[in-house]
Design a protein around this ligand. Sequence first.
Ligand code: NDP
Length: 399
Amino acid sequence: MRKVLIIGAGGVANVVVHKCCQNPEVFEEICIASRTKSKCDAMKAVLDGGKTKITTAQIDADDTEALIELINAYKPDMVLNVALPYQDLTIMDACLATGVHYLDTANYEPLDIPKFEYKWQWAYREKFEKAGLTAILGSGFDPGVTGVFSAYAMKHYFDEIHTIDILDANAGDHGYPFATNFNPEINIREITAKGRYWEQGEWIETEPLEIKRVYNFPQIGDKDMYLLYHEELESLAQNIKGLKKIRFFMTFSEKYITHLNVLENVGMTSIKPIMYEGMEIQPLQFLKAVLPDPASLGPRTKGKTNIGCIFTGTKDGQPKTYYVYNVCDHEACYTEVGSQAISYTTGVPAMIGAKLLLEGKWKKPGVYNVEEMDPDPFMEELNKQGLPWVEDFNPALVD
Ligand code: NDP
């Protein structure tokens, strides 16, 4: 009997739960546990009655002892963490204490400083190895599928990869003047941070949104995209041997950037707590409370996402380029699982990573980023589980 404890009940969790229920031969039992139990119960109400047995629980995932108690009571084979990045370490600690495997979609981040670094989670390598447990980090789309694409390119098409450009385009329109497609706090922290890319063994820092390019995305068309730091750059720079340069670009409309600038200029994106009527509040968390809930965007969002990687390098001494990407339709996602494509493109790979772990295909003691695992079974699953990919061996490159 394979059991999975899913932590978090937001947009991504909704997709994970739907996708687990579509694969009941692997996910025989799931428990959805989160801070607000009513959200878990609402998901159960939609999907109950199928082959996967669903239970729910209330949990504060910042509390390791409470997590240990829940895990000991439910006895899952693994924990699938789709809460927020702040909970990664407490959940990993609880997994170690109870002897269960672990998977997440975003790297640990301290609440008070926006730092996207793997060092805290990589420090658990020896502990997981000694315990004979697997921890898979970053099994969403980016990070996640982008790492799998990189491992696949390396395994099948290149002797050496010299450059990787990760391009993340969202041409979805939700009709609001301003809203973020996933957790606004995480999203805005990411975008307002300085940009950074890696070249010849060094990190090169840019001002936030300083580097802009226009790219003609397949099935979407021309979009403005901006260079951002993104967490998979750190692991891929280490794990793709011989790499000389890696960058990450994300598209934003002019309207989005204008709103963001105003919010930033008036101090609303700050994570430094302020006193308001005798209460300490964080402006960014307050902003999150007034913005539309990303989960509510699903029924309103039209258009497509296109996320992929462009590689250059050599094969048999000859120069080679390769672009692999997925195009996902917001409305089709909503029809299938009741979430828009951003949650869908994260939740599906999270379920696939968990499925491969449970099937033993991605099980090895230690802490691993997805590109350290065999990409082939994952690529196969992407095609089967709703995120088919397209290859182009002669793509336009980003200058
Ligand atoms: P949401 O904000 O929609 O959901 C987060 C959920 O976690 C909420 O249900 C929230 O509870 C719950 N939660 C927060 N704190 C705690 C806590 N202390 N204890 C228990 N539960 C808690 O986020 P998303 O679903 O959009 O994102 C989920 C994760 O996926 C995030 O880590 C995000 O960074 C990551 N992500 C990864 C991507 C990728 O491609 N790799 C892309 C997009 C997202 P409550 O309902 O009470 O607020």
